[in-house]
Design a protein. Structure first.
Length: 31
């Protein structure tokens, strides 16, 4: 159970990180 929770948190964190990276790219390209 604990490992499943950990995996979910990891997935969430990577989604947040990806969104931040996409935001940076949008700002970089002036969109």
């Amino acid at each position: 159970m604990r490992t499943k929770k950990s995996a979910e948190l990891n997935e969430l964190a990577s989604k947040i990180f990806q969104a931040k990276e996409e935001n940076k790219n949008m700002i970089h390209f002036g969109i």
